[in-house]
Design a protein around this ligand. Structure first.
Ligand code: ADP
Ligand code: TRP
Length: 321
């Protein structure tokens, strides 16, 4: 069985892009009985978040979102990165093998600079900590978005350097980027992303949800005219929520004419409620019991540390500690 590991930064409420682009395929792997480690990268979030209370709240929110949407703590492990402090230790060992040039080439650092973030060592060394997250669990597969591909290459590079220096200790992980996953369009038609302020959150308040869905940008073809559904944001989003029959039905209505974007938006809204309302009920339930959530995260961390322990033992012995 492959060991699958993924992390997400607690940097804001999760949106449809996250759900359909990343979470759903992970839940499918869980259904197949795969061995999954999922963690909330709160150390990584500190590179851009300096409000402790906000970081703590966001960490809890991401955990609730994942659990409500389908992560099953009895089958998969969910934990906070900071509850596995060994990753910091491993990050140091890897740092001592990391060429500056490798990090200087990383796009994400350059992007962050271009967006006006402070040039800190944490931001620069971010990929080394990410490599530690992955290598400490000896993960085989790492589901990530395309933007993280380069970080996986850095991870493999560092694993190889470590193995060359100290012996075969680390598995070289592969990125898992299913190309079946489409880019989910946002309110304005470009990729849905927090940074573009065009997101619809999974747990958007019903009134705001309605406002956002009804406000999704469309062209101004009059209602009566036939329309080509493919490539249209409303139709593309509807495909994510509806059954193949329902999708075919909407396509036929668009092509026949006399069916406007307003009608389609209403159907999209209803389909969204159908999928996400049960998750919302579950999230409200989970949110009521802080202690139970804490127990789940601590139990996940305990299991993650158990998995990390034999790796760290080998690593410490190899580096001469
Ligand atoms: P954001 O762009 O909002 O900051 P993140 O980069 O935190 O989102 O996204 C976490 C994961 O969610 C990504 O690695 C990617 O797999 C997925 N994802 C985010 N937005 C989309 C989207 N619009 N379409 C498809 N997948 C997405
Ligand atoms: N850098 C990832 C992101 O921003 C989050 C992350 C941190 C991660 N450590 C990881 C993802 C390890 C996968 C594996 O999306």
């Amino acid at each position: 069985m492959k060991k699958i590991l993924t992390g997400i930064q607690p940097s804001g409420a999760l949106h449809w892009g996250n759900y359909f682009g990343a979470m759903r395929s992970m839940f499918a792997l869980q259904e197949k009985g795969e061995d999954i480690f999922m963690f909330i990268a709160n150390f990584h979030a500190m590179t851009t978040q300096r409000d402790g209370a906000a970081l703590r709240a966001a960490t809890r929110d991401v955990a609730l979102d994942y659990l409500a949407c389908g992560l099953d703590p009895n089958r998969s492990r969910i934990y906070r990165q900071s509850d596995v402090p060994e990753v910091q230790e491993l990050a140091w060992y890897l740092s001592c093998l990391t060429p500056m040039g490798l990090l200087e080439r990383c796009h994400s650092y350059k992007d962050k600079m271009a967006h006006g973030f402070d040039a800190t060592h944490g931001l620069f060394a971010y990929p080394v900590l990410m490599a530690a997250d992955i290598l400490i669990m000896n993960a085989d597969l790492v589901p990530v978005g395309k933007d993280q591909k380069q970080h996986l290459e850095v991870t493999r590079d560092l694993a190889q350097k470590f193995n060359n220096a100290y012996g075969e200790i680390f598995t070289l992980p592969d990125a898992y980027i299913p190309d079946t996953v489409a880019v989910i369009p946002g309110l304005d038609g470009q990729k849905m992303s927090k940074s573009y302020h065009n997101t619809i959150e999974i747990f958007e308040e019903p009134s705001s949800l309605k406002k956002k869905v009804m406000g999704i940008k469309t062209d101004s073809t009059p209602m009566e005219e036939p329309k080509e559904p493919e490539g249209n944001s409303i139709y593309e989003l509807y495909k994510l929520f509806a059954s193949p029959e329902e999708v075919a039905d909407m396509a036929a209505k668009f092509r026949a004419g006399g069916y406007g974007y307003g009608h389609a938006k209403k159907e999209l809204l209803a389909a969204c409620h159908r999928l996400f309302d049960p998750f919302r009920a579950k999230r409200d339930e989970l949110a009521k019991d802080e202690d139970a959530l804490e127990d789940i995260l601590r139990d996940g961390a305990r299991k993650a540390r158990e998995a990390a322990a034999p790796v760290m033992e080998k690593v410490r012995a190899a580096v001469g500690l």
